[in-house]
Write a protein that binds this ligand. Structure first.
Ligand SMILES: [Zn+2]
Length: 213
């Protein structure tokens, strides 16, 4: 378990924040109360207040660990891999950006995209979606990146993800916090709209890396 918080103090601000996109992800899948905690404390976490960040890190690590050890599928033999929420695009964004995006930064964008897609296609509440995007932004993530301009490349990521799963495409989306759902097809138009929405959000929020147009 993550108990050695001394290690965390040696991280750069960028690397410190990076881990929290996975915390947002796992809280949305499994622990709505933790998601609220993240939303309420995003600014303090970004400022590295360990009294606030510490419990969130512990809770997030426990959720990841419990999933692996008690999820009944430790070797990921089942087609659904809920912890991959937001990751089909994240993996692709990392490579398209030539790894100028760290994994955690790409996951923040990926979670934002799949959350908006979930709102457009699966009825995830729009105010919750807004909260997710705001929380990620307040934590210090930029939800825009030049690599998002390569939409075709991004969609190649879907195909690669399908192959990685060994056949049928299975993506985890969200109907509400704590309630993931598996989907096997993607509505391309709505996914494009989701990507655009996330970029628009990033631009209008004045997020720190998004001032490129
Ligand atoms: Zn990840």
């Amino acid at each position: 378990m993550v108990n050695d918080f001394d290690l965390l103090t040696t991280l750069s601000n960028r690397d410190f924040v990076c881990g929290f996109s996975e915390a947002v992800k796992v809280s949305l899948l499994k622990d709505p109360a933790l998601f609220c905690q993240l939303c309420e404390n995003s600014t303090a976490i970004r400022a590295r207040d360990m009294d606030v960040a510490g419990p969130v890190i512990r809770a997030s690590a426990k959720l990841h660990l419990d999933h692996i050890t008690m999820g009944g599928d430790p070797f990921e033999m089942l087609e659904a891999r809920p912890l991959d929420f937001g990751h089909w695009s994240a993996h692709k964004l990392e490579t398209v950006s030539d790894f100028s995006l760290r994994h955690g930064e790409a996951v923040a964008i990926g979670v934002a995209i799949d959350s908006v897609y979930s709102a457009l296609e699966l009825g995830l509440d729009e105010s919750v979606t807004q909260q997710i995007l705001q929380c990620l932004t307040d934590l210090g993530f930029s939800l825009s990146d030049p690599s998002l301009g390569n939409v075709e490349g991004l969609f190649d990521g879907l195909e690669e993800f399908r192959q990685h799963l060994g056949g049928r495409l299975t993506l985890t989306m969200l109907t509400r916090p704590g309630q993931p759902i598996n989907v096997h097809t993607v509505n391309r138009e709505k996914m494009l709209a989701a990507i655009e929405h996330v970029q628009h959000f990033a631009r209008t929020q004045g997020s720190f890396l998004s001032d490129r147009d």
